[in-house]
Structure formats: structure tokens, C-alpha cells
Design a protein around this ligand. Structure first.
Ligand code: HEM
Length: 537
């Protein structure tokens, strides 16, 4: 009886979905969705950039797919770009996702920055977030920690792979880069070190039965294990976001296997929230017990958010200003801080690590590009491979930032940018009701011949052109009011990393003819980066 009932419910669900599909307003071309999973299979098991380029090639500038029971309009025409990505908060395109259903349970829709759909609350959070990540102490912290963590990475690489030997060793550099960015991001966000590079070094040196070099100082096992557990839990939490978006509620809550995964994700979320609460409470106490001078030296995001808009905040505005700023003048609650920290860590760690791997892939794939990078860096450092990289060094770079921009054009880290309308609008010649979900296929712009000369060629110098549209120059970081607030700190980290790496090491791809292995998510994730690494002569 129960099986008949379940069977009948599924059949009814399928009939209702197809009825909705075939009677939809503004029907557009696109792959026919499968029952329950829609076009999930197509979009998840292919590489995102290829998937969206193929959609454009097959169905044109506007088409549709079905994800998690929700219709998604895919736009690839640069003509629609300006309307979607304005700097006005009054535009209907200021939200990314509806943030409803299971997704709202895992990423609350009115907290933090990136998933916040309440514009008033988003403005408050974004205002304080930007104030921190654009501040000089924070940006100096980015530089200091990129240097420090790189020197630590260097000691592991030298010890494990004996890079000073003549025969270069093959390594999967991606594994180290992921850990490097975890460690940098953790200390910048929480003001506490994570030791994921160290933990990995320990695993590899044990596997190798290697006697650890006496120069490498390890912290206690408990500290390393605690930080590993925290970062791992964070990754599971973020990975859960994609699961909650793409797997329909019916499957998530009732399908054997998926139901267990859903429950494990909730348990992990609760563990993580608890860890945050402890961290925030403890830091508040530390700050309360120190002098204002000591507080000023704190550069991390957690401390800065606790201090923002309190009497310890040296940038605090006059609280008598007009009503919009009254909200902006309020200190953050623990819960608000927690979601801003989640945004800072999730916004920085995976984007940066995947982008660095993609960047190294293209630099090493094109020897003439690598040679120009060597030349630019050698001109600045004059053979000094030990001193920390400074702000002045970064200001002198011209070719390195152009390479960063060209790689982001050539192999976008986010192939689509989602926007969701909260009020009816006319776009691409159709009237859309409130609640329509759009994905802007940015590969459509990045390879469009009316924007770029020879778009299929890798030419970093194209970014030397001062006349180039400002949006296109910063395309790595998205567009409009919801663009990336971390662009300045990321550009510092990326350029500093390039200097540190290429002033000292020469890197070659194990097989330059093998394409980079990546996988779809909302982000292009690099799976491995097999390289040979040796000291430069
Ligand atoms: C290479 C590194 C990075 C890349 C490629 C990157 C890229 C992006 C992109 C494409 C967006 C979406 C923009 C849009 O929808 O138009 C975004 C949003 C965001 N990023 Fe980044 N990002 C990076 C680093 C960072 C860092 C270091 C932080 C924080 C310190 C950060 C925090 C955020 C936040 C909070 C948002 C949401 C903004 C909002 O909704 O208002 N990102 N990022």
C-alpha cells in the first residue's frame, strides 16, 4: 500500500512538473529536463565552461535549463549585460538566489553578504565588510601573511622534494596551493593560524619514511588536528551549499543515501556554528581586556568586525548622521559576525586556490609568458630570493597583473553569474515575473569578438590598453553592486605569490599537451596540477 502511494506521488509529481514545463511563459530553447533531476546531470557531469559555451552554440544568446525544479534563464548576449550589472541598489538584479527551501536552512538569507537577499541588511553587512577588507592594516596583513605562509611552504617543498637537486621532482602543486590559501585565509579571517600545510607535510614525510629536517618546527599535534577539523568542516559546509541548490528537496529528504547526507550536513553545520560562537566569545573577551593601542594592531577580520562601530573603532562615524547611516553605525551581533566570517573564508579560499592553480598552468604552458614573468620579477628583485615582497614591489609590476587578467578571461573561475529578480522586468525582449532566476554566461563576453581582438589567443599585453573598459579589466571579480569586495586583497595576494614563486623556482608542466583537469561547481575547481619544480639557476 505504502509503495503504491509513493509510486503514485512520484508519478503525479512528474506529470505536474512536465505540465508546468510545457505551459511555461516565454518558452525558450534548451535541453529537455529529465523528471525530478531536470538538467542536473548535464550540468554537473560536464565542465561548466564547456557546458555553457555549448548551450550558447546550440541554442543561441538566450535559452533555459532546469535546476532543482527551478527554471533558469541563461543569457549570453553582452547586450543584456549592462542592464543586469548596474551599480544601482535600486536595480531589480541585486539578488543572486531566492535563498528559499533547504538552501535557506544552510545559508540564512538575511545574514552576511554573499547570500543575503534583504537589500537593507546586505548594505549594512557589505558596508562593514568592505570597510575591513579595504583598510590599510588588513591589506598589509594580506601581504605579510602571504609572505610568511610562502616561506613556510618553501621549507616543506625544499625538505620533501629536495628541489635543489639537479633532477626536478614531479609534484601535484595543486594540493599544496589549496593548503597554502587555507592557511593564509584562516589567519586573515579569524586571526588564528591554521596548519593545513604542516599537516600535509607530516603525512607526506611519514609516507616517505623521511627523517624530518631539524629546521622545520612543528606545533603541537592537538593544534594541527583542531585546525584541520575546523577547515574540513568548513569545506563540507560550503560543498553542502551546491548539494542543497542542485538536489531537489524531495530527493534530499526521502531518497535513501541522500537523506543521510542531508542529516550529516546539518550536523556539520551545527558543529561549525558552535565553533564560531566559541571563537567570537573568546575574542570579544580578549579585546575587552586589552588597551586600545593593542586593539589597533589587530588586522584580522574577526577582530575588526567586533571592533567596528564600537568606541574602539577609530573610523567610527558621528552617530548623529542621517537615518541610513544609523543602521550602518550599529556594532555587529555575534550572529552577524559569524556569517561575515563565513563569507570572507568561503569568498577567499577556494576562489584564490583554484585561480592560482589555473594561473600557474597557463604561465607554464606558454614558455614565452613564463620568460616575461621571470624578466619582470628579476628586474625588481635583482636575484634576492629571500626578502619579503613589499607593496612597492607590487606597484612596479605591469606584466604579472596583465597575465592574471588574461588568465581570468581565458579560463573563467566562475563561468556564470547568477541574478534573481525580486520585481517584474523586461530583459532580452521578454517580460519576466518577479522570482525569475537568470545566469549570465560570462564566457559569452570573455570570448566575444566585438570586445576582444583574437579572443581565442592568449595575449596578456591586451590589458596594457588604458582605454579598455574598466569592467572588462576586473572581470575576474564580477560586476555591478554585487561585485567582489575582496578584489584588492586578492590582487595583492596573487601578485605577491607570483613574485615569491617565480623569483625562486622554475616550474614545468609534466605534460603541456594535457588539458588542465577541472570540474564544475559554481566555481571552476582544479583537480590536479602535475608539475616539475626546480630551483632557478
Ligand atoms: C582570486 C580570488 C577571488 C575571486 C576570483 C573572486 C571572485 C568573485 C566573484 C566573481 C564574485 C561574484 C560577483 C558577482 O556576482 O558579480 C565574488 C563575490 C564575493 N566575493 Fe570574491 N573573489 C575572490 C576573492 C575574494 C576575497 C579575498 C574575499 C574576501 C576577503 C571575497 C569575498 C567575496 C564576497 C563577500 C562576495 C559577495 C559580494 C556580494 O554579494 O555583495 N572574494 N567574488
Amino acid at each position: 500500500m505504502i509503495f503504491t502511494l509513493i509510486f503514485a506521488t512520484i508519478i503525479l509529481y512528474i506529470i505536474q512538473s512536465y505540465y508546468k514545463y510545457f505551459t511555461r511563459v516565454n518558452p525558450l530553447p534548451g535541453p529537455i529536463p529529465l523528471p525530478i533531476i531536470g538538467n542536473l546531470k548535464l550540468s554537473v557531469f560536464r565542465n561548466a565552461d564547456k557546458f555553457y559555451s555549448e548551450l550558447k552554440r546550440k541554442y543561441g544568446d538566450i535559452c533555459e535549463i532546469m535546476l532543482s525544479g527551478r527554471r533558469v534563464i541563461i543569457l549570453s548576449n553582452p547586450k543584456d549585460f549592462n542592464k543586469m550589472f548596474t551599480m544601482s541598489t535600486k536595480s531589480p538584479y541585486t539578488t543572486r538566489f531566492p535563498m528559499s527551501g533547504g538552501l535557506a536552512d544552510i545559508f540564512p538569507p538575511t545574514f552576511g553578504v554573499s547570500s543575503n537577499k534583504d537589500i537593507k541588511s546586505w548594505r549594512y553587512n557589505r558596508h562593514l565588510f568592505v570597510q575591513v577588507v579595504m583598510s590599510s592594516p588588513y591589506l598589509q596583513g594580506v601581504l605579510n601573511w602571504t609572505n610568511k605562509c610562502f616561506f613556510e611552504l618553501e621549507s616543506y617543498l625544499n625538505d620533501l622534494y629536495m628541489i635543489n637537486e639537479n633532477t626536478p621532482r614531479e609534484i601535484d602543486l595543486n594540493k599544496w596551493i589549496v593548503r597554502f590559501t587555507n592557511d593564509v585565509t584562516a589567519v586573515l579571517t579569524f586571526g588564528e593560524r591554521a596548519y593545513t600545510m604542516m599537516a600535509y607535510y607530516e603525512v607526506l614525510s611519514k609516507e616517505d619514511n623521511r627523517k624530518r629536517s631539524s629546521e622545520i618546527k612543528l606545533v603541537s599535534y592537538n593544534t594541527v588536528e583542531k585546525s584541520e577539523k575546523f577547515i574540513e568542516s568548513f569545506k563540507i559546509y560550503l560543498g553542502g551549499g551546491t548539494f542543497f541548490i542542485v538536489v531537489p528537496r524531495l530527493l534530499r529528504n526521502y531518497f535513501p543515501g541522500l537523506k543521510g547526507k542531508t542529516q550529516r550536513l546539518y550536523a556539520n553545520r551545527d558543529y561549525l556554528y558552535n565553533a564560531f560562537s566559541e571563537l567570537i566569545t573568546q575574542r570579544r573577551k580578549e579585546i575587552e581586556n586589552e588597551s586600545i593601542d593593542e586593539t589597533i594592531n589587530r588586522r584580522d577580520m574577526l577582530s575588526s568586525l567586533i571592533i567596528s562601530n564600537t568606541e574602539r573603532d577609530t573610523k567610527r562615524k558621528d552617530s548623529n548622521s542621517h537615518s541610513e547611516n544609523e543602521l550602518h553605525n550599529k556594532p555587529m551581533t555575534d550572529e552577524q559576525i559569524r556569517f561575515n566570517l563565513i563569507d570572507a573564508f568561503s569568498g577567499s579560499s577556494d576562489t584564490t586556490s583554484n585561480f592560482i592553480s589555473i594561473l600557474i598552468y597557463y604561465i607554464t604552458k606558454y614558455p614565452e609568458v613564463k620568460k616575461k614573468i621571470f624578466d619582470e620579477i628579476d628586474n625588481i628583485f635583482n636575484g634576492d630570493i629571500t626578502r619579503p615582497v613589499t607593496q612597492n614591489d607590487i606597484k612596479e609590476l605591469k606584466y604579472c597583473p596583465a597575465v592574471i587578467r588574461e588568465v581570468s578571461r581565458f579560463h573563467p573561475i566562475l563561468p556564470t553569474l547568477p541574478r534573481y529578480i525580486t520585481e517584474p522586468d523586461n530583459l532580452a525582449g521578454y517580460n519576466w515575473s518577479a522570482g525569475t532566476q537568470f545566469y549570465f554566461n560570462i564566457t559569452g563576453i570573455l570570448q566575444h569578438p566585438s570586445y576582444w581582438e583574437d579572443p581565442e589567443k592568449f595575449i596578456p599585453e591586451r590589458f596594457f590598453d588604458d582605454q579598455l573598459n574598466k569592467d572588462l579589466r576586473n572581470l575576474l571579480f564580477g560586476f555591478g553592486v554585487r561585485n567582489c569586495p575582496g578584489y584588492k586583497s586578492s590582487m595583492i595576494e596573487l601578485q605577491c605569490f607570483l613574485c615569491l614563486l617565480f623569483r625562486k623556482y622554475d616550474i614545468e608542466l609534466v605534460d603541456p599537451n594535457v588539458p588542465l583537469k577541472t570540474v564544475i561547481g559554481f566555481l571552476t575547481a582544479c583537480l590536479e596540477l602535475p608539475v616539475r619544480i626546480k630551483l632557478r639557476k
